[in-house]
Structures are given as C-alpha cells and as structure tokens.
Design a protein around this ligand. Structure first.
Ligand code: NAD
Ligand code: TYD
Length: 349
C-alpha cells in the first residue's frame, strides 16, 4: 500500500484515522485525503499533519461524486488503496433532508467503485467504512453479528446499507478486492457537536439544556474513535478480501445514563460557577421519528480471526474526550462560528 486514497479525511473519524495512520501505525506510504468540506469537514484538523508530513500527506477539496475530478486523482496519484469514510453521517439531518445522503452515500460510493474497477490492475484494497445501523434495531436481548440481515430504519442507515450492498456486489461480480467494516457509535476528539456525546459535552460546558430524546432509554454501544482506527487498519492489513467485520466496544449504555455520566465527569473537572450539578440541565424532548431502540455489536469475528480488541472502556474514553474538548476550546469556538465557514471559502473556494 503505497498510495492510499482516504475519503472524508477532514471529518471526525477520517481525521483520527489519518492522524493514526501517519503518526502511529506501521503504514509507510502516502495519504491522499479527498474531502468536499461540507459543514462536517474541517481541514484545520490536519494542519499540523500537513506541516509534519509534506511528502506523505496531500489534501484535495473534491466531491467523491465528481467523476472527472476523482478519475484524475486516481490517475495522478496512482492510487492503489482506498479507505472510504466520506458520507453524510447524521441521522437527524437525514430525516429532514435525505437528498445529500442518497447522493454522497450511494452515488458517491458507486462512483468510487467504478473508478476502483477501472484501476483494478493496480488496486490492492477498497475498504468501505460502514455502520451497525444497517442492521436496524435490537430488542432487550441479542447482538448484531456479520450474519444479521439488513433492516435499516432511517434514510441515513438505508443509504449506508445500499452502499454496503454495492461494495459487496463489486467483489462478487467483478472480483474487486474489498473489505467492509460495520462499526458502532464512535466518540472522541474532533467530533462535530451534533452527535450525542459531543453535543452534550459542549452544551453542558455552556450551561445550555441537554435534550434527551423520548424516555432516554435507547441504548447505543459506544466505541472510542482511536479503537475504531486500530480496528480499520487491522482489517485493511489482515482482513480477508470480500469479508465484512463488525467493530464494537462492548460498552452498551442507555442515553440517559450516559448523559448523567457526562454531567458528573464535567462537574468533577470543572465546577459550574453557580455550583449546581449539570444534571439539572437535562431536558426530555420529543422523540426522533423511527428511533432505533438498541444497538449492540458482537465483534467476536474480529477478535478471533484478526486478534483485535478495543483498548478504552467508556469511563476512560469519556474522560479523555472531555479533557480534549476542554483543552481545545478554540477548535470548538472556530467550528461553531460562521468565521470557520468563511475561512473555508477563502482557502478552498
Ligand atoms: P463526519 O460527518 O464527521 O465526516 C464526514 C466527512 O465526509 C466530512 O469531512 C465531509 O466533508 C466529507 N464528505 C461528505 N460528503 C462528501 C462528498 N460528497 N465528497 C467528499 N467528502 C464528503 O462523519 P464521521 O462520523 O467521521 O463518519 C465517517 C464514516 O464513518 C461515515 O461513512 C459513517 O457512516 C461511518 N460511521 C460513523 C460512525 C459514528 O459514530 N460517527 C459509526 C460507524 C460508522
Ligand atoms: P446520535 O449521536 O445522533 O447517533 P445515532 O443516532 O447515529 O446512534 O444519537 C445517539 C443516541 O442519542 C440516539 O439514541 C439519539 C440520542 N440523542 C439524544 O437523545 N439527544 C440528542 O440531542 C442527540 C443528538 C441524540
């Protein structure tokens, strides 16, 4: 793997992956990061990487749906490996405006697959990043395995399911060397403050209300983002072509318990000026339509076949994440300001 195309490298997980790849892993090639820079993409996340690895890190602002632009990138950089993160990723946005989800997640993935096929002679691997949400919702018992039938419930998860099927079909039909990973909910540094954990941390720090959907008893299986990155790299190096791997953290938690935990940890780190506990900011709000009740991942296959296990527990991961947001207040205020969008316009058009 000499020349790796990473799509969506300026987003939350992509940023963490590029950082891990270049700074910590045994990858020795170069990364070509292609990102459209939507509201969720922030090239500043990797500005130190750009400086420290001038020979090994290249960024280009391109839409994965742009056939000509992407064809040029495959050609110019002699891409031999693809790690595909780029997506519209937020369920609530997909409920209000699904259009971009269909375009980027389905058509964009199709475009990349076609280009990978056109460059198949050189291609070592196309790794597709997906979610456990494609499996739908669990009741009180049971886990998602790689054999669980797909039953997506939101426009987001349906679009990811469609892209997974396309990737698998390109393996079966054209012999494209692919792997797929379906991961549970991530949290950690650089997460845009719209997903549960990042939103709650920042609202709690600002003394804003903490909106918990429905009865707050929905369960997610949380994974610290660095653990996702090590799992993806493990699969890319050792995974069997054509196979799917589930990635999870064995960290199931009800939303309300998690939000209370965030409040308590924040109180420990930094008391409110009025000394009141942050739990009093919690407000139950109208439920999300089609809200999946429970996700829980069985990642036995990844442990048994590729010897991967997560390092962080939810407690250690939450502490690290809160510390990161406290240490990076400038990042937070930049990403929340219009100033950041105009900076992108100015630099990248
Ligand atoms: P994110 O929304 O933070 O980042 C997505 C990135 O993709 C952004 O930088 C955005 O600018 C870029 N992008 C969007 N449309 C694009 C396009 N048309 N062309 C090029 N770039 C485009 O998302 P994330 O949380 O980092 O998720 C990354 C991937 O991981 C997604 O495929 C998502 O489905 C998957 N995933 C996420 C989670 C999670 O908990 N966040 C869990 C499992 C899987
Ligand atoms: P989210 O972070 O949007 O991830 P996903 O929907 O992809 O699992 O939401 C995680 C859980 O938190 C989900 O059950 C919805 C809930 N939630 C809230 O209760 N309040 C919020 O403000 C958000 C963003 C999510």
């Amino acid at each position: 793997m000499d020349s790796m195309l990473v799509t969506g490298g300026c987003g939350f997980i992509g940023t963490n992956f590029v950082r891990y790849l270049l700074k910590e892993s045994d990858f020795s090639g170069r990364v070509i990061n292609v990102d459209k820079l939507t509201y969720a993409g922030n090239p500043e996340n990797l500005s130190d990487i750009e400086k420290d690895f001038p020979e090994r890190y290249i960024f280009t602002k391109t839409d994965i749906c742009d056939q000509e632009g992407m064809a040029r990138i495959f050609e110019d950089y002699r891409i031999d490996t693809v790690c595909h993160f780029a997506a519209e990723s937020h369920v609530d946005r997909s409920i209000v405006r699904p259009d971009a989800f269909i375009q980027t997640n389905i058509v964009g993935t199709f475009n990349l697959l076609e280009l990978a096929k056109a460059n198949q002679g050189r291609l070592i691997l196309f790794h597709h990043i997906s979610t456990d949400e494609v499996f739908g919702s669990l009741g009180k018992e049971g886990f998602f395995t790689e054999e669980t039938p797909y039953k997506p419930n939101s426009p987001y998860s349906a679009s990811k399911a469609a892209s997974d099927h396309l990737v698998r079909a390109y393996y079966k039909t054209y012999g494209l060397p692919i792997t797929i990973s379906n991961c549970s909910n991530n949290y950690g540094p650089y997460q845009f403050p719209e997903k549960l954990i990042s939103l709650m941390i920042l609202n709690a720090l600002e003394g804003k209300t903490l909106p918990v959907y429905g009865d707050g008893r929905n369960i997610r299986d949380w994974l610290y983002v660095k653990d996702h990155c090590t799992a993806v790299w493990t699969i890319m190096k050792h995974g069997k072509r054509g196979e799917t791997y589930n990635i999870g953290g064995k960290n199931e938690m009800e939303n309300i318990g998690l939000v209370e935990m965030i409040c308590d940890v924040l109180d420990e780190h930094q008391k409110r000026e009025d000394n009141l506990p942050r739990r009093e900011l919690i407000t139950f709000v109208k439920d999300r339509p089609g809200h999946d009740r429970r996700y829980a991942i069985d990642f036995t296959k990844l442990t048994r076949e590729l010897a991967w296990i997560p390092e962080e527990s939810l407690e250690t991961g939450i502490h690290k994440t809160i510390q990161w947001y406290l240490d990076n207040q400038e990042w937070v205020s930049r990403i929340k300001s219009g100033e950041y969008q105009s900076w992108i316009e100015e630099h990248y058009g």
